[in-house]
Design a protein around this ligand. Structure first.
Ligand code: NAD
Length: 454
């Protein structure tokens, strides 16, 4: 089938590339000229494992093309996906301005029947809003083309997006007539060979499914972070508690890691949007409110632990902190709502110096953080730690898992380690000479004999 994907960001580019990989003919469109130019030159604007290879292969084989021209994109496609951003508005509600604008631009170029698919995460009622935009435009121009609007929310995870798209747990399709649901099933047939993953439902349920899924995942993280706070006070170990409850099949192990709080472009925004939707009809959401409140508190936790530790050493002013990991999670260069940014701001406001390193996100982080003598960019975790009073780990990149700390500690000025992702065993870190602070576990302080032997 001939496909147009409007919006060539994390979702749009993966969607376009994966459809092309499955044999469809795809045009990816964006209003960002620089992005499209780079893609045409073979430069992939985001870091996503496996994506570059697929993009290059499908461009070379003539199934994937990039443009900024709606006329070209719409006239050469039957199915038009909208995968543009839906950021939080001031009241937390999802702002669907970009979605409506994309719909209007598609309408302007329509030359026959089209299926317009909302892949962006949009609140219930957005398919109807898109329908109205297109209908009104066509009516105003006296055109009578038929079209359908479909809701097809995306569930991919950044960092594993290609795999998620190629082998989805489910493909949710919200449609209001059998003709278009049959066409959508045909479009997704190559992803559905192993077993049936397609769930056809009404438009409102499909739109709601995406928000409910993200809110459920966010709730598991916030729940575990709240339990972690209690573990710290009671002398329990949240890692053991996770195993203890995860072994119950009704609960399972995933998304139960305590840490520095969830970030990213989706959970914070989507929980807020769901709250705003509920507010619009005066429905109270105490559970959703708590998910957000717990996460906000959690993102501030490492900063508080650091303040407390350095309070007896003259405070954090003038101290040097190595920050390991900036991206909101491993496998991506995305920094939207990343806990690292909360900690970095906290430290900078208090006059500390930060030595920053992320395996892939340094370049994007440089665009976000103002140039300052307090901010030092490093090429690796060893360089970041050199001369530091403390290390704070914010993103659990695999390369941080097995570190030769005997090479690191002697290069540091201090011995504190603040682990926002519970990557190490507290007693081992203390035995090596660190004052080790993690989440939901008791601190482990360097033993006197170790310090004396250093
Ligand atoms: P993004 O910001 O990475 O990309 C959006 C792209 O849309 C940008 O390149 C922008 O230039 C382009 N754009 C904006 N208006 C346009 C227009 N009128 N015409 C053409 N292009 C336009 O966003 P993203 O992370 O890919 O997210 C897109 C949507 O998918 C959001 O609703 C998000 O909530 C949802 N989603 C995201 C993820 C994720 O992990 N990032 C996962 C599932 C769903």
């Amino acid at each position: 089938m001939k496909i147009l994907v409007v919006g060539t960001g994390y979702v749009g580019l993966v969607t376009g590339a994966c459809f092309a990989e499955m044999g469809h003919k795809v045009i990816c469109l964006d209003i960002d000229r620089e992005k499209i130019q780079k893609l045409k030159e073979g430069t992939i604007p985001i870091y996503e494992p496996g994506l570059e290879e697929i993009v290059k292969r499908n461009v070379a084989q003539g199934r994937l093309d990039f443009t900024t021209d709606y006329a070209y994109g719409v006239s050469n496609s039957l199915v038009c996906f909208i995968a543009v951003a839906t950021p939080s508005g001031e009241d937390g509600a999802a702002d669907i301005t970009y979605v409506k604008r994309a719909a209007a631009q598609i309408a302007e170029q329509m030359d026959g029947y089209k299926i317009i698919v909302n892949k962006s995460t949009v609140p219930v009622g957005s398919a109807e809003a898109v329908y109205t935009v297109v209908y009104e435009y066509l009516k105003g121009k006296g055109k009578t083309y038929e079209f359908d609007v479909v809701s097809n929310p995306e569930f991919l995870k950044e960092g594993d997006a290609v795999n998620d798209f190629m082998k989805p747990d489910r493909i949710v399709i919200g449609a209001d007539n059998p003709r278009v649901s049959a066409l959508m099933e045909e479009l997704y047939a190559p992803f559905n060979l192993n077993h049936d993953r397609i769930l056809i439902m009404d438009l409102a349920s499909a739109e709601m499914t995406k928000y409910a899924a993200n809110a459920m995942l966010a709730s598991r993280i916030s729940f575990m972070n709240e339990i972690a706070g209690m573990c710290e006070r009671l002398g329990a170990d949240v890692s053991m508690v996770r195993k203890g409850i995860g072994s119950d099949q009704r609960i399972g192990y995933s998304f139960l890691y305590a840490g520095a709080g969830y970030g990213g472009s989706c959970f914070p925004k989507d929980v807020k949007a769901l709250q705003a939707t509920a507010r619009s009809f005066e429905y109270a959401t105490p559970l959703l409110d708590a998910i957000e409140a717990v996460n906000k508190r959690q993102k501030e936790l490492l900063g508080q632990k650091i303040d407390l530790y350095f309070a007896s050493q003259g405070g954090v002013e003038g101290k040097i902190f190595a920050i390991w990991g900036l991206a909101f999670k491993p496998g991506t260069d995305d920094l939207r709502e990343a806990p690292s940014l909360v900690l970095i701001r906290h430290l900078l406001e208090r006059g500390a110096f930060v030595r920053l390193y992320d395996p892939v996100a340094n370049a994007k982080a440089k665009q976000l953080l103002k140039k300052s003598p307090q901010v030092i960019w490093c090429k690796n975790e060893f360089e970041a730690a050199a001369g530091a009073d403390a290390i704070a780990l914010l993103t659990e990149w695999k390369q941080f898992r097995f570190i030769d700390f005997s090479q690191i500690l002697p290069t540091m000025n201090g011995r504190a380690f603040f682990d926002g992702r519970n990557q190490y065993i507290p007693s081992e870190m203390a035995a090596m000479g660190f004052d080790y602070f993690s989440i939901g576990q008791l601190p482990a302080l360097a033993q006197e004999n170790i310090l004396n032997s250093r």
